[in-house]
Design a protein around this ligand. Structure first.
Ligand code: 5GP
Ligand code: MN
Length: 324
């Protein structure tokens, strides 16, 4: 799967003048933290570097970025090297897909997806987060670890492992987290920002969850359909409902939690989270999506929300396998 090594990536980065780092649409802590850290490291190496995402970074992840690192305008930087980070498939480029699917030189990822759309792909599916790979890469660059690199990487590692609780967390994850703390990561402040700052809106959103959830297969599958009207009723954006899939999986007896939402810009997006008995990535692959075994996503092609719900439920209930 890999046709480039980390030392070769480092070499290419150091040969480039201007580097563009691409994040995935609907950006999470890993893609934002990993690109921000790499951008800062490259700037310390004298490179003109910019990160790009198809839409503005959501408010909850803004604290990870440093000023001037991110842009949403495609042509702002005439770059000679385009590197995607945490982008599992071309559709995950979102609005950037048309411009960059054929122009991505190097893809750095930890999704075992077979879609190696870049010219050179480095994929380590054993990495809990892209942050682990980016940490190793930055260690190969001629720059010192510092708070401005360590904090976003620590945030990326922390969020993709659910605060070091998900089964992707390894001894290596903890070793890198420790090295990042030694390198200046503001771990306690980051954890407080991530986990000790519940908004009243998100607390209120639990009412929507309780009102709309459905149980299937003796309660092993929890399905939550969320329409634009639901979000409008509560004054929510996509951000307010994103945590629901993770919340679903926490419920005793639930093996698979899935949230289907009508997106703010249109389209139907499913997020799945599962315990170790269910392969979420395999189920999302039924709909052209993918991800990890315990956390995956897909966009459901349908003409209406009702049709998307039916397609999703029919597909999942007919194909789900529970392993011991
Ligand atoms: P989320 O549900 O949080 O959007 O995504 C969960 C995981 O699945 C993430 O690792 C994300 O990159 C991946 N994922 C989400 N949507 C898609 C998709 O449409 N295609 C693929 N290949 N992966 C996806
Ligand atoms: Mn990731």
């Amino acid at each position: 799967m890999n046709n480039i090594t980390l030392p070769e990536i480092a070499e290419n980065l150091l040969l480039a003048k201007r580097v563009l780092l691409l994040s995935h649409t609907n950006p999470d802590g890993d893609t934002v933290g990993s690109t921000t850290a790499l951008a800062r490291a490259l700037r310390l190496c004298g490179k003109d570097t910019l990160c790009l995402c198809d839409r503005p970074i959501p408010a909850r992840n803004l604290f990870i970025c440093c000023e001037g690192t991110y842009s949403t305008e495609c042509e702002v930087l005439e770059s000679d090297l385009v590197v995607s980070v945490d982008v599992a498939a071309p559709q995950m480029l979102g609005l950037l897909r048309d411009t960059f699917e054929q122009r991505t030189d190097i893809r750095i990822d930890h999704h075992a997806s077979a879609d190696n759309f870049a010219a050179y792909n480095f994929v380590d599916a054993s990495a809990a987060a892209c942050a682990e790979i980016i940490y190793d890469l930055i260690c190969l660059l001629p720059c010192e670890m510092c708070e401005e690199i360590a904090s976003p990487l620590y945030t990326a590692l922390n969020t993709d492992t659910g605060g070091f609780r998900f089964s992707n967390t390894t001894a290596r994850t903890h070793r890198i987290a420790a090295a990042l703390m030694e390198g200046g990561a503001a771990a306690a402040d980051i954890c407080e920002t991530l986990y000790e700052n519940v908004t009243l809106e998100s607390l209120q959103s639990n009412a929507l969850f309780l009102e709309k959830y459905q149980l299937h297969l003796d309660g092993k599958v929890l399905f939550l359909p969320i329409t634009m009207a639901d979000k409008e009723r509560y004054g929510f954006s996509d951000e307010n409902v994103e945590g629901y899939a993770t919340l679903s999986r926490k419920i005793v007896g639930v093996e698979l939690g899935m949230v289907l939402r009508e997106k703010d810009g249109g389209g139907y997006k499913v997020s799945m989270r599962s315990r170790k008995t269910v392969d979420s990535a395999a189920l999302c692959a039924l709909f052209g999506g993918g991800g990890h075994a315990r956390a995956a996503g897909a966009t459901i092609e349908a003409d209406s929300f009702e049709e998307a719900c039916k397609k999703l439920l029919d597909g999942v209930l007919a194909n789900i396998v529970f392993e011991d």
